[in-house]
Each structure stands twice: as C-alpha cells, then as structure tokens.
Ligand binder design. Structure first.
Ligand code: GLV
Ligand code: MG
Length: 309
C-alpha cells in the first residue's frame, strides 16, 4: 500500500460553484474531487465541465490529489465529461471518480476511453487513475470483478446515500443507524465487503460522506468507526470536517510509537537472536504482530509522523 496516495480527507467540491472551488484550494484536505455528478443540477452539467477544467489548469492545489467525479456510465453526460475534462486538463488531473459503478464493464469502458484520449492528446498512457464508487446493491454484488477490472484503479469508495436508497433502507439520515434497527450495525456488512475487496486487490478503501455537516462530533464518531476497521479515509463536505478526518485516519502518537517499537523488537529478535517469537514487555510478538505493526507504522509514516524521542 506504500506507494498509494494519501486520502485521509477527500474534499467534495461542486464544480458548478466557483466560490466553493476557490475556497477548496486553501483547505488542508489530502485530496479533492470536482463534482460533475449529484451536486450539480442537470442544467448546469455542461458549464460545470468548463469550470472544472479551468480550476485544474489554474493550479494552486498544493500536493492534493486532484480528481473529477464524472457522471455515471449509464447517463448521457458521462462520455463527454471524460473527454472534456481529460482533453482540457489531463496533465493536471490525477484521477477520475466513477460513481454508481455496477460492473467491471463500467470500469473497462472508462479505462478504454481514457487510453484513447491519452494517446490522442500525447499524455502518458495509464497515469490517470480511477476511483470506483460502490453505491448500490449491484455494485456490491459485483465488487470483486470491479476491483480487478483495471490497473488504473486506486480506491473503492463507499457511497452511503445512494446505497441506502438502493436497498430501500428506511432512514433519511446518512451515516446513522436506521431508526428501529436496535441490534448491531446496519452498515457492517457493506463496509467490510468493500474493505475486503479493496485489500484483496491492493486498493484503498474510502468511506463516503457524512451529511450532517455542522455536527463535527458525529462526523468524528462516524470517521472513527471506519478508521478502526482499516479504511484509509473519508469524504469531507465542509471545512470543519477536514481536520477531523485527517486526525481520525492517522494513528495516535501512542499507537505509532508502539508500532515502531514492535517492529524494532521483532527485527532484533529475528535477525540477531534468530527467534520467531519474542516478548516486548508483557506482549508476545510473532510474524503476524509485525504485519499488524507495519500497517499502523506505515499510516503514521505516510502522514509524516515522527517517533517520540
Ligand atoms: C455519495 O455519492 C453517496 O451516494 O453517498
Ligand atoms: Mg452517490
């Protein structure tokens, strides 16, 4: 996972709103996407393409991962979204987000179209990645084929709002348990399914939005849950959610220090003492402990953490 881009906070920016686009530049999100899909009204779709191209070419995005969310493959807008954005700003674009991905075919379509445009425009072939949103029953059923569909894939992204609608779940609050369901976690299956498919194919797993944007504590709880499972990050819709996401998907200093200590102790045990199991304080370590520690240490290193001296 080491070579993948950082996506602790992925900022959703409606491409039809130049004020939001300008403001997004100054926020501390790891990644952003300019949205041509559900945050843009049908009558604004065409103008939004131009705004997105201009915003990418004007730059000023720092080290953020730069994406555009096109309309889904079943819509009349999708092909021209891809052509306009990649012909217009392909050199300043890292990824396309493909919403409502329902089968490997959707990914193949986008992969092929991207390759055609890259060739025609003299762009390096294969550099632009794909992030597939899993947001309906079909997408979840087909998830392994989707995850394996293209080397361009970088992440699988959970789309909770569309997903809940697709299942006919009886709730209107995205990210909270459906009222009346008083046992377990209604989202555990979908989250673990996405996470497992992502890891099986070397992709990142990104949690979707939390729509009650003024309730930062609720956002923190929601992000904390998927961070604990192993997700790499979450969409953010508001400046207040950015810092909370960066914190949630970065290990605590204590856990980071502990992970680095485990790696040192295990390295010493296996190479100097030639032993496969060793004690660190009261904790017994073996090769599996090393792998777990590497996950936490890897996320901490990627976030620029340093060990407590
Ligand atoms: C995001 O696209 C969602 O549907 O939640
Ligand atoms: Mg959606």
């Amino acid at each position: 996972m080491g070579e993948l881009r950082s996506r602790r906070s992925v900022l959703a920016v409606p491409a039809s709103n130049p004020r939001f686009v300008a403001k997004a530049r100054g926020l501390d999100a790891d990644a952003f996407f300019l949205d041509l899909e559900d945050a843009v009204a049908p009558l604004e779709k065409e103008a939004a393409r131009e705004t997105a191209v201009t915003a990418l070419n004007e730059g000023g995005w720092g080290g953020k991962v730069r994406s555009v969310r096109v309309n889904d493959a079943s819509t009349p807008w999708a092909y021209r979204d891809v052509i306009s954005v990649v012909e217009g700003a392909g050199a300043n674009l890292d990824c396309l987000v493909l919403p409502k991905t329902t089968s490997a075919r959707d990914v193949h379509w986008l992969d092929t179209l991207l390759t055609q445009i890259e060739r025609a425009a003299g762009l390096p072939v294969g550099r632009i990645g794909i992030e597939a949103q899993i947001e309906d029953a079909r997408g979840l059923t087909e998830i392994d084929a989707i995850a394996a569909a293209s080397p361009r894939l970088e992440s699988l992204v959970y789309g909770p709002a569309d997903f809940m609608a697709s299942l006919n779940m009886r709730t209107l609050v995205v990210g909270e348990q459906p009222p009346g369901y008083d046992t377990g976690d209604a989202y555990h299956y979908v989250l673990m399914r996405i996470l497992t498919a992502a890891r099986a194919h070397g992709l990142q797993a990104v949690d979707g939005p939390y729509l009650q944007i003024r309730d930062v504590d609720a956002f923190r709880r929601s992000a904390g849950r998927t961070a604990a499972l192993g997700f790499d990050g979450k969409w953010v819709l508001h400046p207040l959610q950015v810092a909370a996401a960066n914190e949630a998907y970065t290990p605590s200093q204590e856990d980071y220090d502990h992970a680095e200590r485990i790696l040192d102790a295990y390295e010493h045990a296996t190479t100097v003492d030639r032993r496969g199991a060793v004690m660190l304080g009261d904790e017994m370590l073996d090769e599996a402990s090393r792998k777990m520690a590497l996950v936490v240490a890897g996320k901490g290193r990627a976030a620029g953490m340093k060990r407590t001296p």
